[in-house]
Structure formats: structure tokens, C-alpha cells
Design a protein around this ligand. Sequence first.
Ligand SMILES: Nc1ncnc2c1ncn2[C@@H]1O[C@H](COP(=O)(O)OS(=O)(=O)O)[C@@H](OP(=O)(O)O)[C@H]1O
Ligand SMILES: [Mg+2]
Ligand SMILES: [Mg+2]
Ligand SMILES: [Mg+2]
Length: 353
Amino acid sequence: MTTLYARELEIAQLAVQRAAILTKRVFLEKAKGTVSKDDASPVTIGDFGAQALIIAALRAHFPHDAIVAEEEAAQLRADAGLRDLIWGLVRETKLEDVAAEGLLGGGVRDVEDLMEVLDRGRSEGGRIGRVWTIDPIDGTKGFLRGGQYAIALALLEDGDVKVGVLGCPNLPVDDAAPLAAEVGAEGEDGMGVVFSAVVGQGATSRPLGAGGLAEGKRIQMREVKEMAGASFCESVESGHSNQSEAAQIAQKLGITKPSVRMDSQAKYGSIARGAGDIYLRLPTSKTYQEKIWDHAAGDLIVREAGGQVTDTKGQRLDFGVGRTLASNSGVIAAPAAVHGRVLEVVQEVLGLN
Ligand SMILES: Nc1ncnc2c1ncn2[C@@H]1O[C@H](COP(=O)(O)OS(=O)(=O)O)[C@@H](OP(=O)(O)O)[C@H]1O
Ligand SMILES: [Mg+2]
Ligand SMILES: [Mg+2]
Ligand SMILES: [Mg+2]
């Protein structure tokens, strides 16, 4: 008997791993000054390059699936220099393990094909069928700083997340490493982890590496015995999540430790493996709609590790309404046993009850 989604998981993990080789290289070249400011922002190069590599792999293995990705080719069509620079990087980026690279496949043929591949990510998503969602670099500010960022890939089927993979190049491999705002730097030993989950099959972590897939370990959220000892993470940007409300919520819950602020879905991965406990993302505006690629992989990884993820109204995140989470507002992710209590306090502080 084959395990459900085994092939999707393997391809997704390898695709994320290969994309991370490109983003790490872009970061290092930026540090060396090889990618100059005149060329384009390194984040732009990393975003397009990583997205193209992932979509090329999906096209080769699952040609009929729809794709909702963050970036689109329009900007590149008007900029031949940038296009050629990205094409050069994409062409050269391969997994070090020849067998793994052969298995993943999915090359990009030429510059025109690069545009075509990127634009495959323009699906509107929705409630029907198979839809992959990609954030090639989640946490762009973290990426630029050498802080946390993630390469995020998830498969939705009829609006539900079935497979989620998060590559986090700047998080420690060690699941037991303490949660810190800025940990590690690319290239350092012991850095780079991939979190994965398949619905009903639990969540795992494994070293990110650059070859084939390393062996995975089961991850689980930490049991919160007393709120006083809990730690919560939130966004770095005050414009992305209301930090003063989060502080009030933490205080009411009796949490004594200061929050850990980190960019990207590294927050979901960190709580899923018990390095932190609670992730709060509180709306700062009534108009901003969260994007599905910013949450799909993290949502499944946390739920498969024993957590619950809802919005501030207590509703599950609904990935079936299009490219955004139009029917949700904010995110509360916590171990299932304490999620209800956290939600109660969130609603009290936000005046929702
Ligand atoms: N106004 C507003 N409110 C909420 N969220 C927003 C907002 N603007 C952007 N974004 C999205 O936030 C993504 C980065 O999320 P983070 O949690 O990493 O934010 S933070 O940088 O740590 O604050 C970021 O993802 P990337 O663009 O992939 O970096 C955005 O999609
Ligand atoms: Mg993002
Ligand atoms: Mg992004
Ligand atoms: Mg962006």
C-alpha cells in the first residue's frame, strides 16, 4: 500500500530544498557585493528564482494542478537585464545529489520558459480540485537581514491543506534549541531545517541540506502546563500584527516572558516543534486580507503537531475562497489544549465577545 500523498510530499520537500540553494546563494552574493543594488533587490532575484524552480518541478510531476504563487512575471518582461540574471541562477541551481536532482527534474528551458513557468502561479485558487500555493521567500525583511525567512509550499485539495512544507534556512536543525529572535546565519553548521506535514500523518522536521532528503523526525507541540511559562511569537513588523494588543493578551494570560519576534512562517514551524508555544497575528487594519501562501503550510504543520489554528473569531483558516483568506481575520495558533483559553482572552481584548 502506498501512503497517501507520499509522492507529493517527496517532490515538495526536494523542490523547497532546491529553491533554498538559490536563495542562500543570492544572500551570500549580496553579502559579497556581487548582486549590486543596481541589478535589482536581492529579494526580487531570490523570489523569482525560487518560485521558478518550484513551479518547474510541479509542472514536471503534476502538470494538471493549479498553482497560486506570490510573484508574477510582468516585472521581468519589462527588464531584460534582471530576467537574464535570474535565468542564469535558475539554470545553475541543482541539488548536489545527482539522483535527487534527477528525481526532482523540472528544468526551465530558456528565458521565455522562465516567464511561462512564473506565470503558471496565477491561478485564482478556490474550493475545487488540487491547488498548490507557493511563497518563494516568506519574510522578505528577514531574508535581507540574514534573519528568519521561509520557503513555503502547500497542496490544497478542495480547499483543505493536505501537504505542507516549510524550508527555514536560518533556524537551527535542533528541535530542542531555544527560541530566539535572530538565530544563526546561513552557512553556519547546524542551521537550516525543513518542516513537513501530511494530513492525518503528523509533522516532521529534517535538516535542510543541499543533497537528497535527510531522515525526518516526528515533531510535537510542547505541553503548556502553566501559562506563566509559555512563550509566544509574533511578527517583527508592527504593521503586520498589532503588538500592543498582543502584549495585553499575554499579560491577561499570565505569560511572563517577552514575545519572540521573528519574520515568516518560521513562527509556525517553531511552535510546532515546541520551541515556542503560541503564535498570535492580530489584524492591524480592516482591509488587509492575509494571503493563502503566507499560512497554508504553517497551518497544517501546527495542526499535525497537536495544535489548533483559527482566526480571531475562532474559525479555521479557510483556504478555499481564493488567493486570500478573505473570510478570516488574524491568526491564533496554539496547542489544542490551551487554544480555547487563548481565544477567549483574544476576544476579550479585541472586544469581540
Ligand atoms: N499589512 C499587512 N498585514 C499583515 N501581513 C502583511 C501585511 N503586508 C504584508 N504582509 C505579509 O506578511 C508576510 C510576512 O509576514 P511576517 O509574519 O514575516 O511579517 S513580519 O515581517 O515578521 O512582520 C509578507 O510575506 P512576504 O511578502 O512573503 O515577505 C506579506 O505577505
Ligand atoms: Mg509571505
Ligand atoms: Mg514572499
Ligand atoms: Mg512579498
